[in-house]
Design a protein around this ligand. Structure first.
Ligand code: IPM
Ligand code: MN
Length: 349
């Protein structure tokens, strides 16, 4: 196994550059003590880079990124850039062109983190959302006509083909086999009847190949309710792109907030370079105030280590986070948090 991992780093905008360095420093300590190395190259892509240069993400840069073992992002998004430009030109372009068809978003409550759900403990919150990341409403298929008149029409369609549905569900089943062997497909089969005829048929077909995995189905509105009322019922939630976007913000809130929520945009077939980032955005409202919680970035680093096959180091980082959240007040400064995380990584690795 090649243990010299090439990583492209995009610190990005707002709090991105405040949370990325600590994650990289922890990873670096783990690498030097764990017998592997991380070969980092930084890239400026971001909203502020776009404002300066007019470049969002060139094909040339994207093709360069293909050669890395992973991409590590802080956060991108700038209040001075019109909505959609960075989202479509950078994040979605990567997801589509690198075929990062799984957006893996764990929802786990660490002991010591205050949960907004009354009476819930870490035993109640430990599931993973498998968000389909290559299709649905995000493909942008649609258009509008008669703009500006009272007859104006706008269409944007939810689009899936069999192959996209199949590979996403297969990933969910495989993941469930390594966990508590339970998948909940979340959709809206009572309204989106064409769409869920497809998803549910493939779910049954594939489910037959995974007889040990318990299959459940929930409408997305009911799933929102259960994520609050009884999150312990979930192990692996599998859902389409937009529902997954919305559900994982709820999930993040239940595990202690956006500062605790990590994600991996994965190409499980490794035909494109997978990307790891906190779920939170660039948070311009708190940027530059030494207030950002770096845990989501560190947890994203942990997910990256797992994907790179560095399981021992990932486990150490998980212990670092567990220990950190047990005795750290929420809302300590980013710099104090960084120091603590680095010290813990040194002492536990
Ligand atoms: C996320 C974000 C993105 C999404 C945006 C920024 C395009 O909200 O990663 O959850 O909608 O997927
Ligand atoms: Mn989102």
């Amino acid at each position: 196994m090649n243990r010299n991992h090439k990583i492209a780093v995009v610190a990005g905008d707002g709090i991105g550059p405040e949370v990325v360095p600590v994650a990289l420093e922890c990873l670096d300590i783990l690498a030097s003590r764990g017998g592997f190395s991380l070969n980092l190259k930084e890239y400026p892509q971001s909203g502020s880079h776009y404002l300066k240069t007019g470049e969002v993400l060139s094909d040339e840069t994207l093709n360069e990124w293909r050669k890395f073992d992973a991409l590590f992002f802080g956060a991108v998004g700038h209040p001075g850039v019109k909505p959609g430009i960075i989202e479509k030109g950078l994040l979605l372009k990567m997801r589509f062109d690198l075929d990062l068809y799984i957006n893996l978003r764990p929802v786990k409550l660490y002991a010591g983190v205050e949960c907004p759900l009354k009476g819930k403990t870490p035993a109640d919150l430990d599931y993973v959302v498998v968000r389909e990341n290559s299709g649905g409403l995000y493909t942008g298929i649609g258009g509008s006509t008669m703009k500006g008149s009272k007859d104006e029409v706008a269409v944007q369609s939810m689009v899936y083909n069999y192959r996209q549905v199949e590979r996403c569900l297969r990933y969910a089943f495989e993941l469930a086999m390594k966990r508590r062997k339970k998948v909940a497909l979340v959709g809206k089969s009572n309204v989106l009847t064409h769409m869920y005829e497809l998803w549910l048929r493939v779910y049954e077909e594939l489910g037959a190949l995974y007889p040990e995995v318990k299959r459940e189905y929930y409408h997305v509105d009911a799933a929102c309710m259960f994520m609050i009322r009884n999150p312990a019922m979930f192990d692996v939630i599998c859902t389409e792109n937009m529902f997954g976007d919305i559900l994982t913000d709820i999930g993040a809130e239940t595990q202690g907030g956006m500062g605790m929520a990590a994600s991996g945009n994965l190409n499980p077939d490794r035909t494109g370079c997978s990307m790891f980032e906190p779920i939170h955005g660039s948070a311009p409202d708190i940027a530059g105030q030494d207030k950002a919680n770096p845990i989501a970035a560190v947890l994203s680093g942990k997910m990256m280590l797992e994907f790179l096959g560095e399981h021992a180091a990932a486990n150490v980082l998980d212990q670092v986070i567990s220990r950190y959240v047990l005795d750290t007040q929420l809302g300590i400064s980013t710099s104090a948090a960084c120091k603590k995380l680095v010290d813990l990584t040194k002492s536990l690795s």
